[in-house]
Design a protein around this ligand. Structure first.
Ligand code: PMV
Length: 324
């Protein structure tokens, strides 16, 4: 092995059909397929350098990471070390395009970049779907950030069959994700706990029964570039995710008043000619999905709302990739 150092750039993603609920929490095997778009302006750059070190070290945004973060990264590197048959420790340096701990930086971009950089640093020659499956072990949604553009995570039955692949390249549709930031508080309940609690919602069965229909509609809408068809499913899907969270025991309520304010303004803005549809992750910030021409009008309206702290505009992005 010559070069034991590699750097990768990972993109976060926004799910159009969500991953919520695990079948196997150790392997992050999802209960259902999900579909997302990689985000051009929510990125993580990670360098992994293996060497004769006593232990793995991690720096995030120029600060030493805490013990829990370092242990999670170390466990992730163990999967790659096992594949390479080495026990070398690594120095990991990661930088996000947004500050961590604000609810904006994404574990998806981070674990996709860590996987691609770590595998290259160890000289592992893995196919994209294998990299995607390994990224999933770090954070489920990270598997969708490995391939480019619009991707679908096949829930699968086991480690090897649970990976994501591109269903349309980034230039297929000039969509935008206009992210209205209404809170930068750290989430009270993280997604790992949410996935486990999903099993306690009486609505989980109803959601899973409807998902094959929704997945087909969302994929068809994407391939047909049909925004009203996509948007109708997007909004219903975001509400379905939050209904599951709200009806879990204990209940998880991610919305802030400003979340609801923007959700309610969406149809008003559409009636005024701005074709945008909301979606939400496990948090209060609102993602508005629209075509590029709609962005200026949306920005004007969002920036006029006192509850909106910041707006970030993302286009579709390519795959997580190595940097020279
Ligand atoms: O990958 P995780 O464990 O951070 O879960 C992601 C959960 C959602 O963002 C709410 C949905 C999704 O599919 O991205």
């Amino acid at each position: 092995m010559q070069n034991r150092i590699a750097t990768a750039l990972g993109f976060a993603n926004i799910a159009f059909v969500k991953y919520w609920g695990v079948r196997d929490a150790a392997l992050n095997l999802a209960l259902n397929d999900s579909i997302s778009m990689n985000l051009s302006d929510a990125t993580t750059v990670t360098t992994v350098e293996f060497g004769p070190l006593a232990e793995d070290t991690l720096a995030i945004d120029d600060q030493p990471a805490n013990a829990a973060q370092t242990a999670r990264v170390s466990r992730h590197l163990d999967h790659l070390r096992a594949l390479a048959g080495v026990s070398l420790r690594a120095r990991v340096v990661s930088r996000n395009s947004f500050p961590m701990g604000t609810g904006l930086a994404s574990s998806a971009a981070g674990f996709a970049a860590l996987t691609v950089a770590g595998a290259a640093a160890l000289g592992l020659d893995l196919a994209e779907r294998e990299l995607s499956a390994v990224a999933r072990l770090g954070s489920g949604s990270a598997c969708r950030s490995v391939p480019g553009g619009f991707t679908r995570w096949h829930a699968g039955r086991d480690h090897a069959s649970s990976y994501a692949e591109t269903i349309a390249p980034p230039d297929y549709w000039d969509l935008r994700d206009v992210l209205a930031v209404v809170s930068t508080e750290h989430k009270a309940v993280g997604s790992a706990e949410g996935h486990t609690l999903a099993q306690t919602s009486p609505f989980l069965g109803a959601r899973l029964a409807d998902l094959p229909r929704r997945l087909a509609r969302v994929q068809d809408a994407l391939l047909a570039r049909d925004l009203p068809m996509l948007g109708e499913e997007l909004e219903a899907e975001a509400i379905a995710l939050h209904v599951l969270a709200m009806t879990s025991r204990p209940s998880i309520l991610y919305w802030e008043p400003a979340t609801l304010e923007i959700m309610r303004l969406c149809p008003v803005w559409r009636a005024a000619g701005l074709l945008a549809y909301f979606t939400l992750d496990a948090g209060p910030n609102v993602h508005l999905i629209c075509e590029a021409a709609t962005v200026p009008g949306l920005l004007e309206r969002l920036q006029a709302l006192p509850s909106v702290q910041r707006v970030i505009v993302n286009g579709p992005a390519g795959p997580t990739h190595l940097l020279p």
